[in-house]
Write a protein that binds this ligand. Structure first.
Ligand code: ATP
Length: 556
């Protein structure tokens, strides 16, 4: 039947009419009508009694009954206002009232002059459709008076409906704007955060589908709810994948080390975090090898098609990591770290290795732009500066008016912000609600999680990480000559010499012994190992591999 009707007529919603200006009064009167009818019926059948009632004490009883009627009318009005908040049909009528008002003040109408009468207003053709979370407004184009204005009215509709413009399309002579609104109604509680076919559910209509939108960047204003959001993600993701948790500030996440499920996978020493990221990169490469060698291997398949679990590398306060590395001897550690991070950001998706980076004060230098641009999903919580928003959302942020909402219905709001895929529309976000007031405790929840089995395809590397994270820092005294280093790296002294030369050309120098021969320490060895691993995996020349490490992220 629907199809049949659509054949003749495309349903666009309710047409905007002038009478919507009285919407609230009309609904209230309609609600009040049964009361009036009841009273009228009673009076009709009991007229004698009613007359006698009023005659007995007219001065008190008439005002009393009128007062009761006024109170009943106000109750009907209050019911109408509540219905507007909770029942879609009434919310839609309210939206029509606002759209009519918007169109009236923007003069989207034709005034028809009538003799001896006030002008009649005829609105241009506009329709509104609405469901729980979105309003769709269509304006007729094709030769209408306001045609040009309709093309630009989108951002203003965001304000009219206190929502976020999600879509704009021109179809069949109409421009159709879709606005998401009352997003807080779509907030879910922490126990509803789970993996679904659409991705990890974060709100009723917001999902993080990391297979399609790899990597996540979270920016948070102070006290905005960034740590709580990370805890929520960790709780949900620990059930479906492997986590590597890095907390260079040794703040909230470092405590997770105590839990069996995270044992050996929490890092807070800068050097351990660097190792962790490098190992995650190796896991990624190893998974690529595994997939390539698999008999199933086919173009377009990803880790999940090979039955692999996703792996998440979470770095809280990634800016702290960057500044710690800057202050460290030489910049090789930083170069290795940034290179591994960049490789994962670029190629992690197919192998199921994902980054979740959080920024406190989003400075441009916290994560180089070539890494940042690869982090597809963005979430902010709390209030950010305009620079913070433009780092989080790119150019889209300049088109967007970010609101600060401290209270909704008298309740303080925590964990509110914005989300979107990088370069795409930005919508309001409410991080899943955590009932702390009812005693919810993340640590109790973590304690219940079973330790994930490390699958074969990750095993070798996994063991390597564990051992390394427990080994105390190698003392600076251990040094290698050029030949020793070449042997340790499984390469020739000529390669070491050439790499040393190329690095010196780029301002990275190594120590020399008293006889003027180069000596290399353990950190140098790790650095060379990473360069050579990169050279091998990418099939590039030594100088290209070195270039990659010393210019790991030219920033904007
Ligand atoms: N999703 C949420 N559900 C319930 N309460 C929340 C939520 N998010 C934040 N809060 C409340 O807000 C407080 C501050 O949140 P949180 O510690 O995560 O902020 P933050 O951004 O990490 O702050 P800082 O940057 O200062 O460490 C929490 O202690 C909690 O009471």
């Amino acid at each position: 039947m629907k199809k049949f009707l659509r054949f003749f007529w495309k349903y666009r919603g309710f047409r905007v009419r002038d009478w919507y200006k009285h919407q609230r009064l009309i609904v209230t009167v309609v609600l009040f009508t049964p009361i009036l009818l009841g009273i009228g019926g009673y009076v009709y059948f009991h007229d004698g009694e009613v007359l006698a009632y009023f005659q007995e004490n007219v001065l008190i009883r008439v005002p009393l009954v009128l007062g009761i009627l006024i109170i009943l009318f106000l109750v009907a009005l209050k019911i109408e206002i509540e219905l507007e908040k909770h029942v879609v049909f009434f919310t839609r009528l309210r939206s029509l009232y606002f759209l009519r008002r918007k169109m009236f003040y923007s003069k989207f109408y034709n005034a028809i002059k009538r003799e001896n009468k006030a002008e009649k207003i005829k609105f241009e053709r506009a329709y509104l459709r609405q469901n729980k979370h979105t309003v769709e407004v269509s304006f007729e184009l094709r030769g209408t008076k306001s045609e040009q204005k309709f093309l630009q009215v989108g951002p203003q509709l965001e304000t009219t409906f206190s929502g976020d413009l999600m879509d704009r399309q021109i179809l069949d002579g109409y421009i159709i704007y879709t606005i998401a609104f009352q997003k807080y109604l779509g907030r879910i509680s922490v126990d509803k955060v789970e993996m679904t076919a659409q991705g990890l559910r974060l709100m009723e209509t917001v999902y993080w589908d990391f297979r399609k939108e790899p990597h996540l960047l979270i920016s948070g204003g102070t006290g905005g709810g960034k740590s709580v959001l990370l805890f929520i993600l960790i709780l949900a993701l620990a059930k479906i994948g492997n986590l590597y948790i890095c907390d260079p500030k040794r703040a909230d996440l470092a405590n997770l080390e105590r839990y069996e499920v995270f044992n050996g996978q929490v890092y807070f020493e800068v050097s351990d975090i660097v190792k962790c990221v490098i190992h995650a990169w190796k896991i990624m490469n190893q998974r690529y090898d595994y997939m390539r060698q698999s008999p199933q291997n086919k173009m377009g398949l990803d880790y999940s098609d090979y039955g692999m679990k996703p792996t998440f590398v979470i770095i809280d306060e990634v800016g702290a990591m960057t500044s710690e590395l800057e202050g460290m001897r030489g910049s090789r550690l930083a170069a290795e770290y940034l290179n591994a991070l960049q490789q994962i950001a670029q190629k992690g998706r197919q192998a199921g290795v994902f980054l979740i980076l959080s920024l406190q004060k989003a400075g441009v230098d916290a994560v180089p732009s070539n890494i940042r641009d690869q982090l597809m999903k963005r979430i902010t919580v709390g209030v950010l500066s305009s620079t913070g928003y433009s780092i989080a959302f790119g150019e889209e942020a300049s088109q967007k008016e970010f609101k600060t909402i401290k209270e909704i219905n008298g309740q303080a709001v925590r964990g509110r912000g914005y989300t979107g895929n990088f370069g795409e529309v930005i919508e309001e976000f409410y991080s899943p609600y955590v009932p702390f007031d009812r005693g919810f405790d993340f640590f109790e929840e973590y304690a219940k999680l079973p330790k994930l089995e490390i699958a074969d395809y990750d095993q070798i590397i996994q063991a390597e990480i564990k051992n390394r994270s427990k080994i105390p820092e190698v003392s600076d005294d251990q040094t290698f000559s050029r030949e020793q280093l070449a042997k340790a790296l499984g390469t020739s002294p000529t390669v070491v010499q050439r790499a040393t030369q190329l690095l010196a050309d780029n301002g990275i120098y190594f120590d020399k012994d008293v006889k003027g021969r180069y000596i290399y320490d353990d950190q140098d060895k790790d650095f060379f190992a990473s360069v050579l691993a990169y050279k091998r995996s990418e099939g590039v020349t030594l100088s290209k591999a070195i270039e990659q490490f010393i210019q790991p992220g030219e920033d904007d």
